[in-house]
Write a protein that binds this ligand. Structure first.
Ligand code: SME
Length: 162
């Protein structure tokens, strides 16, 4: 499957393209690891300015490292710890403009400056995991990213629970 890189000036247009390409990816497999791996590769390909993009999945009461792109990362995060664990605990997305000023941040890559984490919720509202994306630029993520990545996560979890 060839997914062409395209540059966009407007984030909303970029997210529309990402969502369209996500459909192509999900049509090709029912395998959860394959789908999440390709979903992280899609974000890595199409979102400029990232240094980490991937998933933590709920396992045995904590967040276990799932498919991702970027440097090796902490393999397990307790619920409530770090930005990921906070998103899982509160079932709320977290947008951190400056990770160095955020006391509850677990550093995986010292180049990370800002971060967005979206909880992955099941049909019953349960937390299945989180989508975590880091950038080396401060305040890289804004409202449009939250909107686009929330749609991305919801579509992915529909497929994940089939
Ligand atoms: N920064 C995250 C840990 C995961 S790495 O960024 C990949 C956190 O504080 O939960």
């Amino acid at each position: 499957m060839e997914i062409p890189y395209r540059a966009f000036e407007q984030k909303a247009e970029r997210y529309a393209y990402i969502l369209a390409q996500l459909e192509r990816i999900l049509e090709e497999t029912d395998d959860r690891v394959a789908g999440l791996a390709n979903a992280s590769a899609l974000l890595w390909l199409l979102m400029p300015g990232l240094n980490w993009a991937g998933f933590y999945l709920m396992k045995e009461g904590g967040l276990s490292l799932g498919p991702f792109q970027g440097k090796p990362a902490v393999p397990w995060i307790p619920v409530g710890k770090g930005v990921c664990g906070t998103a899982a605990l509160e079932k709320m997305p977290q947008v951190v403009e400056d990770v160095h000023a955020c006391c509850n941040h677990i550093a995986c890559d010292l180049n990370s400056a800002s971060e967005i984490v979206v909880p992955l919720l099941g049909h019953g509202g349960e937390v299945l995991g989180v989508l975590d994306i880091d950038s080396p630029s401060p305040a890289h993520f804004e409202r449009e990213d939250l909107t686009g990545l929330t749609q991305f996560s919801e579509r992915l979890m529909d497929w994940y629970q089939k």
